[in-house]
Design a protein around this ligand. Sequence first.
Ligand code: F0G
Length: 490
Amino acid sequence: MTDTAFQQCINPACQATYAVEDVRVSCGKCHSLLDIKYDWSKLPVPKNLNFFEHRWSTKGTGTEGRLDFSGVWRFRELMPFYRTEDDVVTVGEGRTVLQSADLLASRMGMRSGKLLLQYEGLNPSGSFKDNGMTAAFTHARLVGARRVACASTGNTSASLALFAAFAEMQGIVFIGSGKISFGKLSQALDYGALTLQIEGDFDACLRRIRQIAVDHPELGIYLMNSVNPFRLEGQKSIMFRILEALDWQSPDWIVVPGGNLGNCSAFGKAFQELKELGLIKKVPRLAVINASGANTLNQLYHHQQLRWNNGAIDQEKIGKFYASLDEMNHHAHTIASAIEISRPVNLPKALRALDFMHGVTREVTDDEILEHRAMVARWGFGCEPASAASVAGLRKLMEEQVIGKDEQVVCILTGHELKDPNATVKYHTGIDMKTAQDLAKREPTTGKYVNQPVPVADDLAAIIKAIGADPSTLPNRLKPASDGVPTREY
Ligand code: F0G
């Protein structure tokens, strides 16, 4: 199938192309981000979206059953980059819910049926990341990767760790020391990923992992962050499911929290392709909501009018903004730790999505996030703090009358409430339980499957040493147990 799919530089002045089998996260010529593109004229594209409905009734554990069960792969004709269906790595992701949140709507001053919540926390690892991981792992399998890694504010690491265990690859995650929530750390450890706790924040972790994956090919590390264009192919499916739940009619607005800006970029690509294929008439508008402690996109887009500008993005404006952050030694800081990011790698793609979807950005304070998180819990199924930025942003946009009372709005709830119980308990009781990441305070552990985080300085050599150049010398946390539990060989 891959002769009909390829990778392409997003810079319209470059548009260099690469084979699907190439492992890269940027253009070799101009270093811009890459898209996955398709030669739709040679592919069996459905004539209308109702086509996908026949898959709801497929049963069984065979290939078709596995793919149709997945809320990502049941739309496989819209992301056909894999070689054979057996390449697909799926854990049953994407079976999420679009809730008509009427109880919350009335508290937001909206009429019934106008506020919908897309609960991506209902994915197997508890966040929307599984939509992208299934696609990126499928590509990793296609290229024969054995070792996969990411930098993370928590959810990417949890999802990577889960998929790596399933795909029998070695998972390595870089997390900022003390920066990720309890629930997410516990998942990365439990699923058996080598968890490097770097002295620094997410931006530092991402910088390091890109260096390592690109500059040290001998480590054979396949990068799983959303800078990997295959991740975004899977994340398009969040939009397909929303359309499906609305009987293939677009809502007026999609509101989503913005961190590294992969999700909003994927949403823009989804609608761009659906429109190009004539599968939808109306494109919803997009609102991307930053936390005010991590507000790069809103500062640049809303306040400084940075635009996609047909791909001729004003790089000087971005450079100046980042230089000013450096000058002030500014680091992102928000209670919504999932979106505590000040250098979003997908910024150009996000600008493109905002352009295509006639979008807006806003930022919301930690207090606004916490209040709206509590409201989603009280009158919905709950979500983690970062997710509630979408609802807090909706409130702001309604107050400004950018979003009208009668418009239909879907807020994306990106992560499960139980990802960050500390935030919830602290909100309700004032007690801070966040001591588990203080390694100095740990007690001896004796369990058979103990997988401790490894503290590492923000230093390239130290990180490479912690990873180990030769897979056989890696500190394999799933060492052979004497009780006959199978060992994973990397
Ligand atoms: N919401 C949650 C719960 C997240 O975990 C993230 C990102 C976002 C929103 C922002 O999404 O990056 O596509 O704009 N979490 C990443 C991580 C960065 O490492 O888990 P985005």
